[in-house]
Design a protein around this ligand. Structure first.
Ligand SMILES: *Cc1c(COP(=O)(O)O)cnc(C)c1O
Length: 430
């Protein structure tokens, strides 16, 4: 498979080069030259295939011959070695729980897959690769865990001091080995600005092979198609589901749209947004305007100019009518988010996290208009990661799952950094 840049000013590359570079040299996102189609056998056998087999079938055409089949099979098996249960919440709505991975966030799948691909590629490289990433919370933990111990790859994570939740900070700062956490005395925008500057700094680029690990990278973006396949494996209704996706950078929903374009039977998508509604507004009006991000309770979705929006437009050949036929936008306020967490907990016993709550509410509204349909929302993080939002609403503590209890006794190790580029440059040139 070849990948071209959405800015059209760079040569096409294979999966290996796209993964190592992250972004094309003209600043564009990479996009596959064709959309593979699921074979009739795969669609017929969906329910009996193992998760690892299905993952391999989905991703192999995108990887092409960049990774040998046996290596790719084991990368797939390691990436999805935890559950993705579809849990009924109401008669009409089920949760696809994507938080059973090691850092309790759906980003684990993309981070685990990409880290293993990069680890394989770095075996044939002489220069080590540095993954440089800014995080407002979930990305950092998933990337740190995914890349821990991967040879030939060093990971540098910038996070805003005092602005990630305690559990998230422990996930970033306690691993050691090839993972370094830079604690920036500033906000997330400062972290992102510093990272962007490093990617443009010839001195740093001469010294290190840099790559990003956000959903711009095809190796982190494309494996998110697996979730939608696992939802369909567990789907018991006759009609195709409506799927609501809590969206920020729109990498996750765009992966779902790719799976749909490959033939996966999904009836409709709902792009669930918080107050950062640029794409929802586009879906409604046909006009797109990026805006500065505003802070909300579902902070992993606080993105004013979603990077994967360009990929969605590309998939639908820039046709608003085609996108809006398959995808509806919804905007959910903070007040509606907390009200939804409280009401659903009281009526069903199910505890939503703020991101899942946005999607639940958006789906509920869609299904009110389409009473014959059934739907799935993606529950993208465990509620324990957002105790400051969830606990006041339900009036009790959220128990910490066994999987992460060990973290609480570990010691934070971070390097304090002033929010100016000279400090980051010095660190990267050492
Ligand atoms: C990253 C994240 C999102 C948004 O996903 P995108 O692919 O950026 O749209 C939603 N929920 C949670 C919990 C996240 O961490």
């Amino acid at each position: 498979m070849r990948y071209y840049s959405l800015n059209q000013q760079a040569p096409t590359v294979d999966f290996r080069a796209a993964t190592i570079a992250g972004q094309a040299p003209d600043g564009g996102l990479y996009f596959p030259e064709r959309i593979p189609q699921f074979s009739p056998e795969v669609l017929a056998n969906l329910k009996t295939m193992t998760r690892a087999e299905l993952a391999f079938e989905v991703i192999q055409p995108y990887v092409g011959d960049a990774i040998p089949t046996d290596v790719l099979r084991s990368i797939c098996a390691e990436t999805v070695d935890f559950e993705f249960p579809l849990v009924p919440v109401t008669g009409q709505i089920s949760a696809l729980e994507l938080f059973h991975g090691p850092t309790l966030a759906f980003k684990d799948v993309g981070a685990r897959f990409m880290s293993r691909c990069l680890g394989y590629f770095s075996q044939q490289q002489t220069a080590p690769v540095t993954v440089l990433v800014a995080t407002s919370g979930d990305t950092g933990g998933a990337v740190a865990d995914g890349f821990l111990g991967v040879e030939g790859v060093e990971v540098v994570i910038l996070y805003p001091s005092g602005k990630v939740s305690p559990l998230q900070e422990l996930q970033l700062t306690t691993l050691g080995q090839n993972i370094t956490a830079l604690e920036v005395r500033g906000n997330f925008d400062d972290c992102q600005r510093l990272v962007k500057q490093a990617f443009l700094d010839p001195q740093v680029l001469a010294h290190r092979q840099l790559t990003s690990a956000n959903s711009i990278n095809v190796a982190r973006w494309l494996p998110q198609q697996f979730y939608y396949c696992y939802a369909l494996q567990q789907w018991a209704h006759d009609t195709a589901p409506v799927v609501a996706v809590p969206s920020g950078n729109f990498g996750n929903i765009c992966a779902g749209l790719m799976a749909h374009a490959s033939g996966l039977p999904i009836g409709h998508f709902v792009a669930a947004c918080n107050a950062n509604s640029a794409v929802a507004d586009y879906l409604r009006t046909g006009m797109f305007a990026a805006r500065p991000a505003v802070v909300t309770l579902s902070n992993a979705m606080d993105v004013g100019n979603p990077s994967n929006f360009g990929r969605i437009l590309e998939l639908f050949e820039q046709q608003h009518a085609a996108v809006s036929r398959l995808v509806s936008g919804a905007v959910v306020s903070d007040a509606e988010t907390t009200a939804t967490i409280g009401r659903v907990h009281q009526q069903t016993g199910y505890l939503l996290d703020p991101h899942g709550a946005v999607a639940f509410r958006a789906l509920e509204d869609y299904l009110t208009e389409h009473p014959e349909a059934h739907g799935i929302f993606l529950e993208t993080a465990h509620p324990v990661k957002f105790p400051e939002v969830v606990e006041p609403v339900i009036g009790t503590e959220v128990p910490v799952p066994v999987a992460v209890r060990g973290l609480l006794s570990r010691t934070k190790q971070s390097v304090l950094l002033e929010p100016d580029y000279a400090a980051l440059q010095e660190f990267l040139l050492r």
